[in-house]
Design a protein around this ligand. Structure first.
Ligand SMILES: Cc1ncc(COP(=O)(O)O)c(C=O)c1O
Length: 466
């Protein structure tokens, strides 16, 4: 059809070097087809002025015309929209990064100290090996499993430095796609917005298991267990090691044990995403207890780690993929294949964040300082959570049970607001949040708490929320 339309146009009109994209559209032609000249019947090809037409195309029509506008990222898009809002009362509760009481970004003092040390040492900028900085890989696995864990001593963990949590998840997804073709990853419903993108991009099939129960604003444990049971044997079960994003709802230790039972029964492979170790409870060990429980049972498992939140190294892109295998020999082979997958993707990882982590975790005084700062960050979030609860429940006569707020952990609170209500928060009240009803407690300060609570109460108590 497009080529027929174009062929009706006079040769002189088409030959005009000033023919614009709008002109083509007005003619009803397919610019893509015209540009590529794919269709043999295309009259372009038959005119004597072919060279001039191509010139016009080169000037006025993009070869990328067929590429449509991508939708904004549902999480990062919130911050973009926030920046564009000029309202003085605007508040960003969509941000997944720690903020001080003054709602400012925070660089940890211990990070500044480590960076100064690095400057003093005058370290070079040579390429790292494909698997990353050896000192980083060692300390990151120790931090996760515990330095005394037999799995470390037995060298059963294949650790490769990744481009933060996201890149580490993506590398593992590539390994699953290559070595477990057809295997499914099952992910919680809901989950962090990027999980589905990652597995889609790696062409790894996925489906969801139940996790969130809107009736209780809590964990749908029975649904979760029955969906994990129902998944094809040998599936990968993606689990948030701590501080489930977006809900903030974690299983209890007893529930974790039952989850491990079912995964073992079904010969599934646990795949942990640990993006908040130490940041959730304030304790590195407590936040790694789910992973360590599974490891202690002798299970093989995957863990993607991130230092974005607990060390505030968001932009340094530092994390790791750890694959715990049943033997040191298997771990060596797995590591070799992870490196093989990484090489054509990004060749080797960046050094700066890896050195920061290695310096901090490897030096007892800096390590202790980090733990104190982490407790301080986790403490501020916990106190905001408590104030939110106190204020909502204290002034509310509706009989609504607000205890779900205190049962959640980590930076986020899943409010139970639906998409329309979340939109309303933004459009009417200039409070920015993700459409799934998640708010980041890091985006709240004592000063901003009261005004937000008024709006939240309005929306949560009144189901229409208008
Ligand atoms: C559950 C979860 N996994 C992974 C990540 C990855 O973050 P990054 O790539 O910055 O380490 C995040 C960040 O928000 C997250 O919440």
């Amino acid at each position: 059809m497009a080529s027929t339309m174009l062929s009706l146009v006079s040769a002189s009109a088409l030959a005009s070097p000033s023919l614009t994209l709008q002109d083509y559209r007005a003619l009803g032609g397919s610019v893509h087809a015209a540009v590529l000249g794919k269709k043999k019947s295309n009259s372009f090809m038959k005119t004597k002025s072919r060279g001039r037409i191509n010139m016009a195309i080169a000037v006025d029509v993009s070869r990328f015309e067929g590429i449509t506008m991508a939708p904004p990222d549902p999480i990062l898009g919130v911050s973009e929209a926030f920046r564009a809002d000029t309202h003085e009362m605007k508040l960003n509760l969509g941000v997944g990064a720690y903020r001080t009481e003054e709602l400012q970004p925070y660089v940890l003092n211990v990070v500044k100290k480590a960076e100064n040390l690095m400057l003093e040492r005058g370290e070079n900028k040579e390429y790292l090996p494909i698997e990353g900085l050896a000192a980083f890989n060692r300390v990151t696995a120790e931090l996760l499993f515990g330095a005394d864990n037999p799995v470390i001593k037995q060298q059963r963990v294949a650790t490769v430095q990744g481009l933060s949590g996201t890149g580490s998840l993506r590398l593992a997804a590539a390994l699953i796609e290559r070595y477990f073709p057809g295997a499914k990853v099952i992910i919680s419903s809901p989950t962090w917005g990027n999980h589905k993108n990652i597995f889609n991009d790696a062409r790894v099939p996925w489906s969801e298991y139940r996790y969130y129960d809107p009736k209780t604003v809590g964990l749908d444990f029975d649904g979760m267990i029955s969906d994990i049971k129902a998944a094809p044997e040998g599936s990968f079960v993606l689990l948030h090691g701590c501080a489930h994003n977006p809900t903030g709802i974690d299983p209890t230790p007893e529930q974790w044990a039952t989850i491990a039972d079912v995964i073992q029964e079904k010969k599934h492979i646990p795949f942990f995403d640990v993006a908040y170790q130490g940041f959730a409870s304030g304790s590195l060990d407590e936040d790694a207890s789910s992973v360590r429980l599974f490891a202690a049972r002798g299970m093989e498992l995957l863990v993607a780690q991130s230092y974005s939140k607990n060390l505030g190294l968001y932009a340094e892109r530092i994390g790791a993929i750890n694959i715990l295998c049943s033997s040191a020999d298997a771990a060596t082979r797995v590591k070799s294949q992870l490196k093989r997958l990484a090489r054509p993707m990004y060749s080797n990882p960046p050094v700066h964040g890896a050195r920061i982590v290695a310096n901090i975790v490897g030096s007892p005084p800096l390590f202790n300082e980090w733990k104190e700062e982490m407790e301080m960050m986790a403490g501020r979030i916990k106190s905001v959570r408590q104030k939110l609860f106190d204020s909502l429940s204290g002034k509310d006569n509706s009989g609504k049970d607000w205890s779900f707020i205190l049962k959640q952990i980590g930076m986020f609170s899943f409010t139970g607001l639906n998409t329309a209500q979340s939109d309303n928060m933004t459009n009417k009240w200039h409070v920015y949040m993700t459409k799934d009803g998640r708010i980041s407690l890091a985006g709240l300060s004592s000063a901003k708490l009261e005004e937000t609570i008024g709006i939240l109460r309005l929306l949560l108590v009144d189901p229409v929320g208008l």
